[in-house]
Design a protein around this ligand. Structure first.
Ligand code: ATP
Length: 255
C-alpha cells in the first residue's frame, strides 16, 4: 500500500497554501508532518484523506489516481483511509456504539484486526471487534459507558479505536494528542506504534517534535513554500540538510 500526494497545490482565494508538494506513506511507515502553525499540515491531511480536491496535482492510492475515478470508486478508496482529528467528535451514544460506527461504515469485520488485537492484548478477554479495537487503546471495559461522560483523553482514545475498527490501510492523525495529558498521549503513541507494527501506514501532523522523534520513522518539515526536508526522523532532527529546517527545529521563527 502506498498513499501519495503528487505535485498537489491548494489555494484559498488568492492565497496559495500548498504548491507542487509531493509526499507519500507506505505500509508500516509512520511519517510525522511538522511545521509552523498555518503552514498547511491539516490541508495536506485532508488531501490525503480524499476529503478535499487539490487545485492541481493528484492523490494516488497504490498508483490509482483517486481524482480520475468516479465518485463511487473514489469512496471505495476513501474507505481504506482512517482519520483521527484533534477533537474526538464522538456521537451522543455509548462508547461501543461509537466504535461500532467504524465497522458499520466498513460493513465487515476483518480477521486482520482480530489477530492484531490478540497479538497485543492476548486472546483471552476480547469477544468482538468493538471490544478488541477498544482493547488496543486500553478501554475494553468501557463499552457501555456514555461517550459524553468520558474525559477528553479517553474520548480521544475512543476516537482512535473507532478508526482502528474501520481496519484502515492508512491512518491520518491530525494533532491527535495536542489536548491530552502525558498518560493519554503515551497510550495514543503506543497505539500508533501498534498500528505501524500491524502494517498500517500512518501520517501524523504534530506540533510536538519530541512526539515525532518518539513515534515516527520519517519526518517531513513543511515550511512556507512546501516541504523543506523529508527523511529519517533522527537524521532530520539531528543533522538537517536545510538551513530553515535547522532554524525551525531550534525554535526560531521560520516562514
Ligand atoms: N477552508 C478554508 N478556507 C480558507 N482558508 C483556509 C481553509 N482551510 C485552511 N485555510 C487556511 O490555509 C492555511 C493552512 O491551514 P492548515 O489548517 O492546513 O494549517 P496547519 O499547518 O494545519 O495549522 P495549525 O498547525 O495551526 O493547525 C491557513 O492560513 C488557514 O487559515
Amino acid at each position: 500500500m502506498v498513499l501519495r500526494a503528487r505535485d498537489v497545490a491548494v489555494s484559498y482565494g488568492d492565497e496559495p497554501v500548498l504548491e507542487g508538494l509531493s509526499v507519500g506513506v507506505e505500509a508500516g511507515d509512520v511519517l510525522a508532518v511538522i511545521g509552523p502553525s498555518g503552514v498547511g499540515k491539516s490541508t495536506l491531511l485532508r488531501l490525503l484523506a480524499l476529503a478535499e480536491t487539490p487545485d492541481d496535482g493528484t492523490v494516488e492510492l497504490d498508483g490509482t489516481d483517486a481524482w480520475a475515478l468516479d465518485n463511487g470508486d473514489r469512496l471505495r478508496l476513501r474507505r481504506r483511509i482512517g482519520m483521527v482529528f484533534q477533537e474526538a467528535n464522538l456521537f451522543d451514544a455509548s462508547v461501543a456504539r461509537n466504535v461500532e460506527y467504524g465497522l458499520r461504515v466498513r460493513r465487515l469485520w476483518s480477521d486482520r484486526l482480530r489477530d492484531w488485537a490478540a497479538s497485543i492484548v492476548g486472546p483471552s478477554t476480547p469477544t468482538d471487534a468493538v471490544t478488541e479495537a477498544l482493547s488496543v487503546v486500553g478501554l475494553a471495559d468501557r463499552g457501555d459507558q456514555p461517550a459524553g461522560s468520558l474525559s477528553g483523553g479517553e474520548a480521544q482514545r475512543v476516537s482512535f479505536a473507532r478508526a482502528l475498527a474501520y481496519d484502515p490501510d492508512v491512518l491520518l492523525l491530525d494533532e491527535p494528542t495536542s489536548d491530552l495529558d502525558p498518560r493519554n498521549t503515551a497510550l495514543i503513541e503506543e497505539a500508533v506504534s501498534a498500528a505501524r507494527d500491524r502494517g498500517i501506514g500512518v501520517v501524523l501532523a504534530t506540533h510536538d517534535m519530541h512526539q515525532a522523534e518518539r513515534v515516527a520513522d520519517r519526518a517531513a518539515v513543511l515550511l512556507g513554500d512546501g516541504i523543506a526536508e523529508i527523511g529519517p526522523t533522527d537524521r532530520v532532527f539531528e543533522d538537517p540538510n536545510d538551513d530553515r529546517t535547522r532554524q525551525f527545529i531550534s525554535g526560531e521563527l521560520v516562514y
